[in-house]
Design a protein around this ligand. Structure first.
Ligand code: 13P
Length: 281
């Protein structure tokens, strides 16, 4: 059931559990995510990232997301992840996303505030909840043609508190040592939990951790215990789908494309089951 992000995150923050925000990139992944939410009776932020617009258009993502959210009883927010510009965020809201992120975190503080406030005012005027980022979660970003490395900038506590006051956003993505994509050499990252505790004490709204894939279960569980309310995950779904598909092609007599897709879907569902169970218990 389409549900406000504020409702989902407020309940989670109060009761100290974590919400998973999985990024979908097609009909199947969106369906897999809401099926697992329903099976585990758990709320999720069904997310679509602007960076994936070459895979599925915003119009398609909105139609699929609304349909999927309405098809289950579990609370589902339809969330635009990493909105890169105001026009795209505005269009997402007009199409029915009830939750958005504006990510202007690559800009200097004042410009980040200006761009975020513009999007926040529009979102709030339309009854939509908004997330923004301060500091910057780096990592490997996959564009249609290349992999791009982006540097991580840790979130400063004074800036985070001032940013909330100036922009009025409903949740805040912070940078404490995770990065997007798969970690080099499969090493688990070292998170700055001291910084997280300070941020949690200084910032009144729910905190968001991007770059969930490869962070490690212990790190994620501790991050939720020490102040993170939402964890974003994308890359691990794609690697699980790929590995499950490769296994079918290698091992099964019946190499039907439908079997490959079924296996990929089950791989995706298993990853989400794992993270919901990890962060809600
Ligand atoms: P990962 O791909 O590292 O899981 O990061 C996802 C993310 O943060 C999307 O916003």
């Amino acid at each position: 059931m389409l549900t406000r992000t504020k409702e989902i995150l407020t309940a989670a923050k109060q009761n100290h559990y974590g919400i998973v925000a999985p990024d979908f990139w097609d009909l199947n992944s969106a369906r897999d995510f809401v099926q697992v939410a329903e099976e585990l009776n758990a709320p999720i932020l069904l997310s679509f990232a602007q960076a994936h617009k070459h895979l599925i258009s915003l119009e398609e993502a909105a139609a699929v997301g609304k349909l999927m959210a309405a098809s289950v009883k579990a609370p589902i927010a339809l969330h635009l992840d990493h909105g890169e510009d105001f026009a795209y965020v505005k269009r997402a809201i007009e199409l029915g996303f009830n939750s958005v992120m504006i990510d202007a975190s690559m800009n200097p503080f004042d410009e980040n505030v200006r761009l975020t406030k513009e999007a926040a005012d529009f979102a709030h005027a339309h009854g939509v909840d908004i997330e923004a980022e301060i500091g910057h979660v780096g990592g490997t970003t996959e564009s249609p043609t290349e992999m791009e490395e982006v540097e991580t900038i840790y979130t400063r506590v004074d800036e985070a508190a001032a940013f909330i006051e100036k922009t009025g956003v409903d949740s805040l993505a912070v940078s404490i040592g995770t990065s997007h994509g798969v970690y080099k050499n499969n090493r688990k990252p070292e998170l700055n939990f001291t910084r997280l505790q300070e941020l949690a004490a200084a910032v009144p709204v729910p905190l968001v951790l991007h770059g969930g894939s490869g962070t490690g279960d212990d790190n994620l569980k501790r991050a939720v215990r020490e102040g993170i309310t939402k964890v974003n995950v994308f890359t691990e779904f794609t690697t699980a789908a790929r590995d499950a598909a490769v296994e079918v092609v290698r091992n099964e007599q019946l190499k039907s494309y439908m079997r490959v897709q079924q296996a990929a879907d089950e791989g995706i569902r298993n990853v989400l089951r794992h993270y919901i169970n990890l962060l809600t218990k």
